[in-house]
Design a protein around this ligand. Structure first.
Ligand code: ATP
Ligand code: MG
Ligand code: ZN
Length: 287
């Protein structure tokens, strides 16, 4: 953590999530609360609803990277999508220190306020570039869209800022007017990252950003994320089913299983001395 921060800034997390729960499906008398389901199965056998996140707490401090790791279906994407307002939550609260002094539950805000939060305070990189990029817009155009949404109106500025952002992720200016659908997977992720950074958000959400990329490309994207964190001091939530990625990036780690947090702590500690049998299994599979 940066020593130049005041005590107050250090004390207040930039993001504070409390008791976030998300159920997909209408629910029935057998799954009104997640406790009514088996602990190792968050899907209701009667109506098929899924408690994707169950009572998840998370505090993220300025400039910090938190990793969320867990097997497929553990609720990692549901958690970040909820924070980005892609999916409506079932219950819980979240505050952002730079929004209304961190005193307002962002989930209770109006659609317009949520749009503001998304446009000004958050960046999101989706696992699937199709969700994060408009493939029929040039890569520069994708970034411009986000710049305009966050209040940049001057066309000349937008173009030069988009160019700057692309260069930051090592995409040559000469490719600014090309469609991202012609780019490789690693380049598409880099365009997504530069788009997510366009509004200088204090908070970045990265969902499986390197999954599916070749190892060498993966390494470059991970290096890029570390560079961004060093240079811009952005706080990040990095979601991955790959503990290797988490080890590279995250200061602290949260382990999810069946929608619940089963373990949390410093990444080094979790890797060296995992407590939960599931984390032990994950760590051993990495060795
Ligand atoms: N839109 C949806 N409608 C219904 N169920 C959903 C929806 N999105 C996710 N789920 C369910 O919620 C649970 C958690 O899914 P989620 O995508 O959050 O897991 P994940 O940890 O990101 O998995 P992966 O590693 O495969 O990306 C799963 O059981 C999934 O089937
Ligand atoms: Mg996912
Ligand atoms: Zn049910």
């Amino acid at each position: 953590m940066n020593d130049t921060l005041s005590d107050q800034e250090q004390a207040q997390p930039i993001l504070n999530v409390k008791g976030l729960s998300k159920r997909y499906g209408k629910g029935c008398s057998h799954c009104e609360t997640p406790e009514m389901l088996m602990i190792d199965n968050n899907r209701c056998p009667h109506c098929g609803s899924v408690w994707a996140c169950i009572d998840v707490d998370l505090e993220l401090y300025k400039g910090e990277i938190i990793g969320i790791v867990g097997e497929s279906g553990s609720g990692k994407s549901s958690f970040v999508k909820s924070l980005y307002f892609d999916d409506e939550i079932t219950s819980g609260s979240a505050t952002i220190s730079e929004y209304k002094n961190g005193e307002t539950n962002i989930f209770n805000e109006s659609a317009q306020q949520k749009r503001y939060i998304r446009n000004y305070l958050l960046g999101m990189v989706y696992q699937n570039p199709l969700l994060g990029l408009k493939m029929s817009f040039s890569s520069g155009g994708n970034i411009a869209e986000k710049l305009i949404a966050s209040g940049s109106l001057h066309v000349g500025n937008i173009r030069s800022r988009a160019g700057e952002l692309l260069q930051h992720v090592e995409i040559p200016l000469s490719r600014m007017d090309e469609l991202p659908k012609n780019f490789s997977g690693g380049m598409q992720q880099r365009v997504q990252i530069s788009k997510a950074l366009a509004n200088n958000p204090p908070l970045l959400l990265l969902d499986e950003v390197t999954t599916g990329l070749d190892l060498s490309v993966q390494a470059r994207v991970l290096d890029l994320i570390r560079k961004i964190q060093r240079e811009l001091n952005v706080a990040m939530i990095v979601v991955s089913h790959d503990l290797g990625v988490i080890r590279m990036l995250a200061d602290r780690t949260v382990v999810m299983r069946y929608g619940r947090v089963v373990e949390r702590g410093l990444t080094d500690q979790i890797l060296e001395d995992p407590q939960h049998p599931y984390t032990q299994q994950l760590v051993h599979s990495l060795l």
